[in-house]
Structures are given as C-alpha cells and as structure tokens.
Design a binder for this molecule. Structure first.
Ligand SMILES: [Zn+2]
Length: 338
C-alpha cells in the first residue's frame, strides 16, 4: 500500500499537476461562459424591454404617438459601423438611449434620402435610431448597411419622380414642362418582353414579336423596378411616361407601408377622437412622410440657395429659402460691405 502510494507519488505528480491545470482552465472557462451568457441575456432583456416600451407611453390616450429610440447623448454615439464576413452592418455600443417622437420632424424622410456617405448615415442613425427592429448576429444587435442603401436609393427615386411629376403638372410661368418630361423619360423605360422569353420550344412562331408585351420599367442610378398599371385592367399607353411614373410612386409607397403602419385613435382638441396613422418602426415613419407628400397632405420645394428639399406645409406659399440659408446670405453680404 505504502509502496504503491510512494510509487504512485513517483510517477504521479507530473500527471496530477496536469489534470489540476486542466481542471482550473475548465473552471475559468465555465465561469467566463456563465458570465457571458448572463450578460447577453440581460442585455437582450433590457433591449426587448426598451423596444416594448417605445410604443407605450405613460399616457394611454397617446398610444397613437409613435416613439422610437436614439442616442441620448450626441457626444457618446450609440451606433457604429462594423464589418463581419465581408458584409457591413450598423451595430450599437453601450451608450445610453432615449425615447423620442420621430414624426415631430416633418423633414425626417428628406434627410434620409440625402444620405450619400457613411458619415451621414451614422449621423442619421445616431439622431434617429435603427431603421427596423435589429437582428441578433453572434450576440450583437445589428442592421445590414445594404438595407439602408437600398431604402435610401428607393426613397430618392420616389422623391425625384414626385418632383418631376410636379414640374410636369405645373403651369407656373417659366416652367419648362418639356424638360420635366425628358427627365421622366430618362427614368421610365419601355422594355419589350414576350416573344423571346415567352418562347417555349417550338412556340416561337405562335408568339410573334408584335404581340410581345411592352412593360414600363423604372431604371435609374442602380435602382430598377417593373411598374404595374395603377388601375387594374387599364393598361398604360405604350411610350407614355407620366402614368407609369405615378404608378411607380404608388407602387413603391404602398409596398413599403405594408405592415409598417396602422390606423389608431388619437385624442384631438376638445376631447374629439381623431384618426392617426401610427408607424411601427422608423422606416414606416419615413415612408409615411413620403405618402403624405405624394397625396398632397404636405408640401415640399427646393431651397433657392442650397437647393436642398424643404417642407413648406406650415409656411406661407412664397417661402423660397431656408431661414438659415437666408440669414447666412445676409451675413455674407453684410461682411462684404464692411
Ligand atoms: Zn437652404
């Protein structure tokens, strides 16, 4: 027994030390994993709670008021851009968030359509928050930048088309309707499909080229979409670009609002119950504003100085420049005189 023990001791120490090391490493790894899981679950719970909270204000009467989350402190931005497996994402850091009302800013969608760099995208994300409910990627909440770019392009295509349609319809003096028409024709193309694609083997003679369908397509700066007629059963006149342009706007906005906005009752003045459209996420709010412009509930024009679009719904009809642009110009003139 003793010899066995001694013998064991002779061989043992190296082995036993090894297994102790292994046990130690296992223990540390377990503790780390437990900590990792707990913090992950806690983090997710906090986030779900916050998401849950955003549409539930303290005042149940104001359920119809759309709320979203954004960085609480501009000096500590919540959102950042990261790469993962060759894809780029918007991710979040631990910085604080706050609830706010995105629709209080009538130019939200105009600024969204102007995003043309990572810098502007991050600035928009930090002042407005996620576009949609983010997804979980390896334990981090994120949103693919491809979604952002696709939606920005789409929003820009719709706003440009609305502007060209307005220019085409306007009878204002000095308005060049022909130029608007030519610009529309540069975006709405007519493509012939049928004879060559419809051709099942041996069927080509029965489908002559003249019978091929001519479809309207919106195609401009990397954004392409086939356009269906606005009124079912009423076909476009081949070669026309105005009706297809109107249908394009309706088609995109209807599609983007699907499932992203609903109708709710809001407390109006003197206790009256009023209808309100309540978006379910920031993208819904952006397309709701585009919907309001397309249906003439809001008015938009370009500033004569900086050429950026501005909302003039609440202003007198002859507002032509941003207040800030006009002030800057007056200051420049004043400095010149000095
Ligand atoms: Zn301006």
């Amino acid at each position: 027994m003793r010899e066995a023990l001694v013998g064991h001791r002779c061989h043992g120490p190296g082995l036993r030390e090894d297994s102790f090391h292994l046990l130690g490493v296992c223990l540390i790894w377990h503790v780390f994993m437990m900590y990792h899981c707990v913090t992950r679950i806690q983090g997710r719970k906090a986030y779900t709670n916050a998401l849950h909270y955003r549409n539930r204000s303290e005042d149940p009467v104001n359920e119809a008021v759309f709320r979203w989350m954004r960085s609480a402190d501009a000096s500590r931005p919540r959102y950042a851009i990261a790469s993962h497996n060759l894809h780029r994402y918007l991710t979040e850091t631990g910085a604080a968030v706050e609830n706010y009302e995105p629709l209080a800013d009538p130019e939200l969608y105009l600024r969204f359509a102007e995003i043309d760099s990572d810098e502007l995208l991050l600035k928009f994300a930090n002042t407005q928050g996620w576009l949609l409910e983010p997804t979980d990627l390896d334990g981090a909440w994120c949103e693919p930048l491809s979604t952002w770019h696709f939606q920005i392009n789409k929003c820009r295509a719709v706003l440009d088309t609305l502007e060209l349609l307005d220019a085409w319809a306007s009878n204002d003096e000095g308005n060049d309707r022909g130029a608007a028409m030519r610009a529309l024709a540069g975006r709405i193309r007519w493509s012939t499909v049928g004879a060559e694609t419809d051709g099942r083997p041996g069927n080509l003679e029965k489908t002559p080229r003249e019978k091929a369908r001519r479809l309207a397509v919106y195609e401009y700066q990397g954004f392409k979409q086939f356009i269906r007629p606005l009124t079912p059963g009423v076909q476009f006149i081949p070669g026309d670009v105005v009706e297809p342009a109107r249908a394009f706007v309706a088609q995109v906005i209807n599609w983007e609002l699907r499932g992203r906005a609903s109708i709710a009752i809001h407390a109006g003045a003197n206790g009256a119950l009023e209808q309100r459209i309540a978006p379910s996420n920031l993208l819904g709010a952006i397309w709701l504003q585009a919907f309001q412009q397309a249906t003439k509930r809001t008015r938009v024009r370009r500033c004569d100085i900086c050429r950026k679009r501005m909302d003039i719904t609440e202003h007198r009809r002859n507002k032509t420049v941003h207040t800030s642009c006009s002030l800057r110009r007056r200051m420049a003139k004043y400095r010149e005189r000095k």
